[in-house]
Design a protein around this ligand. Structure first.
Ligand code: PMP
Length: 353
């Protein structure tokens, strides 16, 4: 049965990437597996360099003072690394969901945090707007896409201080002026590859300004100096991410995938809005193109709907426990056809009810 993978992460990856990655496990370099050769071998060093270069190229940040790193510890480690490397006195955060909340909690270990605005009291169903960014703070931190609640920042505020963004769940999905950000981080396991590596893109000139001592593994400068090879990198995750970035480049880059992502989300949200059996969770203007969150208007239909989508080969549609209902995650590698299958199941439910 053909599967349609709407999982929130880890999630769908391009079939051709999975095939190439599988092949490399068996034979990557003259009969040796990718995961049994030295990470210092030319074959792997080339992979790392290509992955770093592709990331900057796709984001349009080549030659603009940025470095790309493939680190470990997930985006969750970036919650603390950002603060440890950049927070001298005070930092400002926008609280738009569970992941921002966790980033704030980690940063509080280091120093004072100003939450400029929060949508927590509305269970994070919208993106706060119209707040001031304090000029005397060290940086301003945002989460571009809130994976759990299905909201996404559409217009980024102009920041008088360095702008740091957690793009774990929408990186490489839409065109943006990425040079407005001074530091971007993203766990690989949505639009890039398997869990196990985290992309960090950092403008070098924001580093080296804090007085505290930073342990080597948590110091961006150390990783930059060692070309993202300070210690053994997660070779399989980096290789697979490189393949996905190459796949994206061959498709025409972010501008090309953005068009596909818009088609998918338009179809998904029009069904949610037109079908009386469903209700969207997020405020319309802030709806995420990556994660559509919705509930049934009549809970009695839950068992029928759940059986129907599972029978259609759909995977990963259950919502996160803090929202309930359903979440259709439509990352780059999910096809428009998969969204059509889901929308057909939703309209079939309407005709049955
Ligand atoms: N930020 C966002 C927006 C996320 O969606 C996630 C994970 N789903 C994280 C951070 C945490 O990432 P990790 O599990 O890689 O630490």
């Amino acid at each position: 049965m053909q599967r349609h993978n709407f999982s929130a992460g880890p999630c769908v990856l391009p079939q051709e990437v999975l095939q190439k990655a599988s092949q490399a496990l068996l034979d990557f370099d003259n009969g040796l597996s990718l995961i049994e050769i030295s990470h210092r071998s030319k074959a792997f060093v080339d992979v790392m360099e290509q992955a770093r270069a592709l990331a900057l190229e796709l984001l349009g940040l080549e030659g603009k003072g940025y470095k790309a790193l493939f680190l470990q510890g997930g985006a969750s480690t970036q919650f603390l690394m950002v603060a440890q490397n950049l927070l001298e006195k005070k930092a400002a955060y926008l609280n738009t969901g569970t992941w921002s909340d966790k980033a704030i909690k980690e940063a509080r270990i280091f120093d004072d945090i100003t939450e400029v605005a929060s949508s927590k009291s509305a269970n994070f169903n919208y993106i706060p707007k119209g707040f001031d960014i304090p000029e005397d703070h060290d940086y301003f931190h945002l989460t571009s896409n809130n994976t759990i609640f299905g909201t996404q920042i559409k217009n980024f505020p102009k920041s008088p201080i360095p702008l740091v963004c957690d793009m774990s769940s929408d990186i490489f999905s839409r065109t943006l002026d990425f040079s407005q950000f001074d530091l971007i981080y993203a766990g690989a396991q949505k639009n890039m590859g398997p869990a196990g590596t985290t992309l960090v893109v950092v403008k070098e000139d924001i580093l080296g300004k804090v007085s505290r001592k930073i342990p080597s593994m948590l110091d961006y400068k150390v990783h930059i100096d060692k070309s993202s090879m300070f210690n053994t990198p997660p070779v399989f995750a980096v290789y697979t991410s490189m393949l996905t970035l190459q796949w994206l480049k061959d498709l025409g880059g972010i501008a090309a995938i953005e068009k596909e992502n818009e088609k998918k989300s338009r179809l998904m949200y029009s069904e949610i809005d037109l079908n009386p059996l469903f209700k969207g969770f997020a405020a319309k203007e802030d709806r995420s193109d990556m994660n559509a969150t919705f509930t049934l208007t009549n809970d009695d239909l839950k068992d029928t709907f759940d059986t129907m989508w599972k029978e259609a080969g759909i995977n990963g549609l259950n919502g996160h426990r803090s929202v309930g209902g359903y979440r259709a995650s439509m990352y780059n590698a999910l096809s428009l056809d998969s969204v059509k299958v889901l929308v057909e199941v939703m309209s079939e439910l309407e005709s049955k009810a």
